[in-house]
Write a new protein. Structure first.
Length: 189
């Protein structure tokens, strides 16, 4: 049976590249999170999941996104969410608060088709080197601590969002003189 989605999108206003707030270093939060943050986090998850359902994406003229950081809403808190489609129509949801990276693989990969970002609305091209695997510790929205290992595409998404917490955009990591530098060194996924 097909999953039912709301008729309207959650109220998520994403700021764009030119907005200087994207360059802020976000700050750790304390628990318990206020109800408005819990709601916002759930809205962000719903928004991302809906953006990945082709009919909904088209209906609302959205761009599909896998991750979204608080700073993309203009709020400098160390919180991001990721929605990962494991198989068609089946989504894993990650709420990541105050994350700390425990370890990263030496092996580096890059997304063959290039990374994207809901705050960057222009064509981009080039290689963004990322660790193939990583281990981190974080909290969920209720203050529950957990440890997580991620790999491949999901690991890239985590690194992309971790960068947002420090005011870094994926385009910063592309060599402007030679956008495809490293093509023969890193593994494409
Ligand atoms: Ni982004």
């Amino acid at each position: 049976m097909k999953k039912k989605y709301p008729d309207t999108l959650p109220d998520i206003q994403i700021i764009e590249e030119k907005d200087k707030r994207l360059r802020l270093k976000s700050k750790d939060v304390t628990f318990p999170l206020p109800d408005e943050d819990i709601k916002r986090i759930h809205d962000m998850l719903d928004y991302l999941e809906m953006s990945q359902v082709p009919e909904i994406c088209e209906k609302f003229n959205m761009r599909a996104g896998m991750g979204l950081a608080y700073i993309q809403l203009g709020i400098a808190k160390r919180i991001f969410v990721i929605v990962y489609e494991v198989e068609e129509g089946v989504f894993e949801r990650y709420v990541v608060v105050n994350p700390k990276v425990k370890s990263t693989s030496e092996e580096m990969v890059y997304i063959e088709e290039g990374e994207g970002c809901l705050s960057i609305n222009r064509p981009t091209t080039g290689i963004v080197p990322r660790h193939a695997r990583m281990k981190l510790i974080a909290y969920d929205e209720y203050g529950e601590q957990y440890e997580l290992r991620v790999r491949e595409e999901l690991a890239v998404a985590f690194q992309h969002e971790l960068d947002h917490l420090d005011g870094i955009l994926f385009t910063d990591k592309i060599d402007s003189k030679n956008p495809f530098k490293g093509k023969d060194i890193y593994r494409s996924i």
